[in-house]
Design a binder for this molecule. Structure first.
Ligand SMILES: Nc1ncnc2c1ncn2[C@@H]1O[C@H](COP(=O)(O)OP(=O)(O)OP(=O)(O)O)[C@@H](O)[C@H]1O
Ligand SMILES: [Mg+2]
Length: 287
């Protein structure tokens, strides 16, 4: 069973962006599924703008009478350039009236099933938890919840409204990893940080993300100098998710350097083990 990471937070705080960045980094050594619960503005167009969706949708899985692994495979969108990532979400043009209503049991069943397929299930959850059972389930079933706290008054107002709805203990609010999101230089960081309390790290505003978003290149690494702080926070978060310690990292680096020099004589390429959901598919959907 994989690790389930749910990314939740105030509207427009960068949840989808962070979900893609984390998935992209994890996919170097793991099979990852990104599940987006967003039915208000399905993000497929921004994450994979050139994809052939082929009638695939999260909505289909939620309304089916019985859910099989085969159905899940049929609705996963895979990428040509990265065999370790699959995406599941609503299609563009769909809305809450497109499909029949589903139950909380189905939401739980889908999340558990997805977590059996990949090493990591990254859930890009909706801010509107009260109307979205899949997001409710994603908060309760997650091994880690990353909570993005916007640095403006609107975000603070959002949390004031949503917390009473999430008062049930099963939401484990005190265990969330809190991140100050999209923080800009002009903003009173210490005030917002004090307001939320116990902030794990900041994910600052960087124009490079805006550019990647517009160009549909969110899966790419951030390489510009202005994104250094965002990347540092991302690394810190990744260590927390993977359980990596500094010492481990150092040992791995030394080991890697040693094997690199040994491997240089080899004449064959090591092939990476493909995930089950890729093996079952005959062709890629993403071009
Ligand atoms: N760190 C950042 N710096 C600059 N822009 C960012 C950053 N993170 C996200 N953005 C931008 O903010 C906007 C919203 O990002 P995103 O869609 O990831 O947020 P969200 O929380 O998923 O939104 P929603 O609540 O609508 O689902 C996008 O235009 C994106 O490019
Ligand atoms: Mg989003």
């Amino acid at each position: 069973m994989s690790k389930i990471i749910t990314i939740w937070g105030s509207p427009n705080s960068g949840k989808t962006t962070l979900a893609v960045k984390i998935a992209s980094m994890l996919s170097k050594n793991n099979n990852v599924i990104i599940l987006s619960t967003d039915i208000i503005a399905p993000p497929i167009g921004t994450i994979l703008p050139y994809t052939k969706e082929q009638n695939k949708s999260l909505g289909k899985l939620l309304e089916m009478v019985t859910l099989t692994q085969e159905d899940i495979f049929k609705n996963l969108i895979t990428l040509k350039d990265n065999k370790n990532i699959a995406f599941l979400g609503y299609r563009q043009g769909e809305n809450y009236k497109t499909y029949a209503e589903y139950t909380i049991d189905r939401a739980n069943e889908l999340i558990v099933n997805l977590s059996h397929i990949a090493d990591y299930l990254i859930i890009d959850s909706s801010s509107i938890i009260q109307l979205d059972m899949l997001s409710q389930a994603s908060l309760k079933l997650a091994d880690e919840v990353i909570r993005l706290c916007g640095s403006d008054l609107k975000a603070i107002s959002y949390y004031k409204s949503i917390f009473p709805i999430l008062s049930d203990k099963s939401y484990n609010l005190s265990n969330h990893i809190k991140i100050l999101a999209k923080i800009e230089d002009i903003e009173p960081k210490s005030i917002t940080s004090n307001h939320y309390g116990d902030i794990f790290c900041d994910l600052p505003y960087t124009k490079e993300i805006q550019t990647q978003y517009i160009e549909g290149l969110l899966l790419n690494k951030l390489v510009e100098k202005q994104s250094l702080k965002y990347n540092e926070s991302l690394d810190k978060l990744m260590d927390n998710i993977t359980g990596e310690t500094l010492e481990n990292k150092k040992n791995k680096k030394e080991k890697k350097n040693k094997t690199k020099s040994k491997r240089s004589d080899r004449k064959f390429k090591l092939s990476f083990k493909l995930p089950t959901f890729i093996k079952k598919k005959e062709q890629d959907d993403y071009e």
